[in-house]
Ligand binder design. Sequence first.
Ligand SMILES: NC(=O)c1ccc[n+]([C@@H]2O[C@H](COP(=O)([O-])OP(=O)(O)OC[C@H]3O[C@@H](n4cnc5c(N)ncnc54)[C@H](OP(=O)(O)O)[C@@H]3O)[C@@H](O)[C@H]2O)c1
Length: 255
Amino acid sequence: MTERSEQVAIITGASSGIGEAAALALAGKGVKLVLAARRADRLKDLTRRVKDAGGQALPVTCDVVDRGQVARVVQTAQNEFGRIDILINNAGIMPLAPMAKCRMDDWDAEIDVNIKGLLYGIGCALPIMLEQKTGHIINVSSVAGRLIFPNAAVYCGTKHAVHAISEGLRSELAAQSKEDGNRIRVTVIAPGVVATELIGSVRDEESRKGTEGFYHSFRQPLLSEDIAASILYAIEAPPHVDVNEILIRPVEQTI
Ligand SMILES: NC(=O)c1ccc[n+]([C@@H]2O[C@H](COP(=O)([O-])OP(=O)(O)OC[C@H]3O[C@@H](n4cnc5c(N)ncnc54)[C@H](OP(=O)(O)O)[C@@H]3O)[C@@H](O)[C@H]2O)c1
């Protein structure tokens, strides 16, 4: 396996929350980073913090709904660092609302970001990993990818899709591994309630208030750093071990 200090990771949705914490955790292990999200100022600030701590990072402004912009992120990693060991497909939104409100713009947006954006990441990085015969694709899903909640039907649908796509990809790569010995791993990280800015993506006011109430009802929700630690756990497993899924909730989460 490539030495950790030679490894290169792409993180989408690196400008806040789980993506930002994952970036700092990986930088602490010497992994070189390509950081993608739409908010350039946040990426610039994170890049500075990584560099101040002795790490390497490149910020690339990217809207994952645009396939060309995702390709540019992957190209940057390949051109500047020469390889891609880890892709963390983390960018996501959660515009919760009851189906009866028929918020079709929200449906489009969450399908575009949570499913298509993730697929673009895979589609652009996988050919490079296949060529290298090594790599690790980490898809950030949710408990909503395992269960279905009222007011979250479409969000749950997108996260169930993340699980389906990940497992399909994993089993195809496993079959190929038997043929050519590739070591490309696929991991799904499925968090419960994490204190991040995600509630800001709930655009239906009534649903946002409900979601805020639910999130604030936790004495101790998960922190982004907890999720970053679970990502590190999967990455640091021996190369023949593929941690397929980590479902992780705060102790007080009942659903
Ligand atoms: N927080 C939770 O309770 C929780 C639970 C389960 C799963 N998750 C999942 O965890 C992932 C990260 O969310 P978070 O909780 O860390 O929330 P967050 O702080 O809001 O982070 C979301 C990230 O996604 C990026 N993003 C959103 N739309 C994007 C787009 N079109 N193109 C590129 N980047 C985009 C945002 O960056 P820009 O706005 O700068 O583009 C931001 O960096 C999501 O997939 C979410 O579904 C979160």
